[in-house]
Design a protein around this ligand. Structure first.
Ligand SMILES: *[C@@H]1O[C@H](CO)[C@@H](O)[C@H](O)[C@H]1NC(C)=O
Ligand SMILES: *[C@@H]1O[C@H](CO)[C@@H](O)[C@H](O)[C@H]1NC(C)=O
Ligand SMILES: [Cu+2]
Length: 253
């Protein structure tokens, strides 16, 4: 009894102290469970219903050049897809989120192999574009309200992050990447990415132009003052504007 209880307490403490990630998704009323990084790997790896790429720890990635920055570690492709129509909203569901400072960005990448098959697509070759981003909503960089703080309920209820698939997007299979960047440690940004597979339907023909497309890793670097930042430095902490780096969001227009 005691060893079991002790193990449970350690597990819970580990989960709470060890950050987080996108655990599930919803589209309309439909619920799509993602990969539980602390769940049974054998079952989840073989699961036909799994739409999220495998991740095995909710710890952050610290290096802007880390290959895991695209779809976390190990980022092994999932077997299933979340069906969604262009113009619909997808919600990423997090367990309550404990960090408060830094931007959040939702990205898409077309699974650009011959079969347009995300299951055999290497995210290292992906051309990512932003479909939505959330930053500082009010107040100052150090103590203002970021979406990262506002979307968390702080009472154990899951935190919800909604983004819309651009209405004009060309249909097909895409990677969807949710990224939280936490900036509470000076000059030590933390990246929390998770990827899911999407099957987008619709009649659109929209494709983002080259100026919207980036590689991941590649888009972030320690040469960017918004990434390599000390939010406690007086001249920075009091600023009321934070420009989210990277390309512009592709709205499909
Ligand atoms: C990339 O990040 C993962 C997860 O944090 C870590 O385990 C791994 O050592 C990192 N790789 C490199 C090359 O830094
Ligand atoms: C995610 O889905 C799993 C499986 O349905 C569930 O056990 C878990 O509570 C969900 N987590 C969140 C944060 O919604
Ligand atoms: Cu954390």
């Amino acid at each position: 009894m005691w060893p079991v209880l002790a193990t449970m307490i350690v597990t819970i403490a580990h989960r709470v102290s060890a950050h987080g990630g996108a655990l599930n998704y919803t589209v309309g009323e439909t619920w799509y469970p993602g990969y539980d990084p602390y769940g049974d790997e054998t079952t989840q790896d073989a699961a036909d219903w799994m739409p999220q790429r495998k991740w095995t720890s909710n710890n952050p990635i610290f290096e802007t050049t880390n290959a895991s920055l695209s779809c976390n570690t190990p980022g092994i492709p999932a077997r299933a897809y979340i069906p969604i129509a262009a113009g619909q909203t997808i919600t990423a569901v997090y367990a309550y989120w404990i960090h408060t400072v830094g931007p959040m960005i939702a990205w898409l990448a077309y699974c650009a192999n011959e079969a347009n098959d995300c299951h055999t697509f290497d995210s290292a070759g992906a051309s990512w574009f932003k479909i939505g981003q959330r930053g500082l909503l009010s107040g100052t960089i150090e103590s203002g309200t970021w979406f990262q703080k506002a979307f968390s309920n702080w009472d154990g209820r899951p935190s919800l992050w909604e983004e819309r698939i651009p209405q004009t997007l060309r249909p097909g299979r895409y990677l969807l990447r949710h990224e939280i960047i936490s900036l509470h440690s000076a000059h030590a940004p933390q990246f929390y990415p998770e990827c899911a597979h999407l099957l987008v339907s619709g009649a659109g023909q929209g494709v983002p132009g080259e100026q919207y497309l980036v590689r991941i890793p590649g888009v972030w670097s320690m040469d960017q003052p918004e990434i390599n930042i000390d939010i406690y430095q007086p001249e920075i902490s009091s600023r009321t504007v934070y420009n989210i780096p990277g390309p512009l969001v592709w709205t499909g227009e």
